[in-house]
Design a protein around this ligand. Structure first.
Ligand SMILES: [Zn+2]
Length: 318
C-alpha cells in the first residue's frame, strides 16, 4: 500500500537525518531551528549578514545602517546580537525568532517560523529523538504519520469537492476554456485529457481563493492530463497494453522507455521531482504549481505559448 510505504519512508529518512545531527552541533553555539521541519542553522554574524543581505541590496547601505540603529522594533536586539554574539543572541532569542520569522523562509520547507535555541538544547532534543529508534518509537511514528496521511487524504477529498463546486458554479468559464483547448490542440481527441486540463486551468484561476496555499489538486489535474495523453500516443502507435491505464506517469515512461525522447523524459522527471511528497510535506505551493503548469502548458501570462508538454504531445498525435 502506497500510504504505508510513504509513512515508512518518512520515518527512515527522519532517522537518517538525525544520524548526522549531534556531530554537527556545538554546545556553545546558538541555532535557529525551523519549527516545521527541524532544519537548523547556526546564528552568527554570517547568518545575520545573509538575512540582511536582501535588505542591503534592496535599500542600499545607508538604509541598512538607519534600519539597524533606528531603535524601533527589533533593531536594538538584532544590532546587539550581531555585535556581541553568543550570550546576547541567547538573551534576545525571543526577539530574534520573531524578527526572523517575519523575513526568512526555511530553505528546506519554505515555512517562516523559527525558534532560537542553544546548541546544548538542540543536542538534548536529539537524545530524546533517539527513542524513535526503538520499535515502540517506530510504531508511534508510523501511527502518527498514518494519521497525518489520513488528514491529508481528507484534505484532498475536500479539494476535489471544491473543484466540482467551481466547475458547477462557473460552467461558462469552464466551457469557454474547454473550447479553447479543443481548438488549440486539434489532434487531441481524448475528452478526459481535455477535461483534466480545463479543470486544472479553471481551478488555477480560482485556486488562490478556494484553497489557501495548497495547489496539489490543480497539479494533479495537469498530471492526469499528461498521463492520459501519453497513453493516447501509445494507443496510436499500437503498443498500448491492457492495464497500462493503471500506470503512473513515471511508470508509463519507464515501461515504454524507448518510445520517449530525452526532452519528454526530462520534463517528466522535473514534474516528478516537484511532486515528491517528502520534498514539500504534501503541500504543493503556488510556485511549484506554476512551474508544473509552465512545463505542461508553456505558461506565459495569457494562456498557452507554443512550447509546453501538451503541445508537444499534440504533435506526436498528428
Ligand atoms: Zn523548515
Amino acid at each position: 500500500m502506497y500510504m504505508y510505504k510513504e509513512a515508512l519512508g518518512k520515518i527512515f529518512s527522519k532517522i537518517d537525518e538525525k544520524k548526522g545531527f549531534s556531530e554537527a552541533i556545538s554546545r556553545e553555539k546558538t541555532y535557529a531551528v525551523c519549527r516545521r521541519c527541524e532544519h537548523y542553522e547556526e546564528v552568527n554574524k554570517e547568518f545575520f549578514a545573509k538575512i540582511l543581505g536582501g535588505a542591503v541590496a534592496a535599500f542600499g547601505f545607508k538604509a541598512w545602517i538607519a534600519f539597524l540603529f533606528a531603535g524601533t522594533g527589533f533593531a536594538f536586539a538584532i544590532c546587539v546580537a550581531i555585535i556581541a554574539g553568543g550570550v546576547a543572541i541567547a538573551a534576545f532569542s525571543k526577539e530574534i525568532s520573531e524578527w526572523l520569522s517575519k523575513r526568512y523562509e526555511c530553505p528546506s520547507c519554505h515555512n517562516k517560523s523559527w525558534e532560537i535555541v542553544t546548541g546544548e538544547e538542540l543536542i538534548l532534543r536529539h537524545h530524546n529523538m533517539d527513542k524513535d529508534k526503538t520499535i515502540d518509537g517506530l510504531k508511534n511514528e508510523k501511527e502518527f504519520f498514518e494519521k497525518k496521511i489520513e488528514e491529508i487524504e481528507e484534505g484532498r477529498r475536500l479539494l476535489e469537492m471544491k473543484l466540482k463546486e467551481v466547475r458547477n458554479n462557473h460552467p461558462d468559464q469552464f466551457n469557454k476554456k474547454k473550447a479553447f483547448f479543443k481548438k488549440t490542440f486539434k489532434n487531441i481527441k481524448n475528452n478526459d485529457a481535455i477535461d483534466f486540463l480545463t479543470t486544472g486551468e479553471v481551478f488555477f484561476e480560482f485556486g488562490n481563493k478556494v484553497v489557501e496555499g495548497d495547489y496539489s489538486a490543480i497539479v494533479l489535474e495537469y498530471v492526469k492530463s499528461v498521463e492520459t495523453l501519453l497513453l493516447e500516443v501509445l494507443k496510436k502507435r499500437r503498443i498500448y497494453n491492457k492495464g497500462d491505464e493503471k500506470l503512473s506517469l513515471n511508470g508509463i515512461i519507464k515501461k515504454y522507455d524507448a518510445q520517449w525522447d530525452t526532452e519528454i523524459k526530462e520534463k517528466i522527471k522535473e514534474i516528478r521531482e516537484m511532486r515528491n511528497p517528502a520534498a514539500h510535506k504534501n503541500m504543493t505551493a503556488k510556485k511549484e504549481a506554476e512551474k508544473i503548469r509552465r512545463i505542461v502548458l508553456g505558461g506565459g501570462d495569457n494562456g498557452i505559448e507554443k512550447s509546453g508538454l501538451i503541445s508537444y504531445i499534440n504533435m506526436l498525435l498528428l
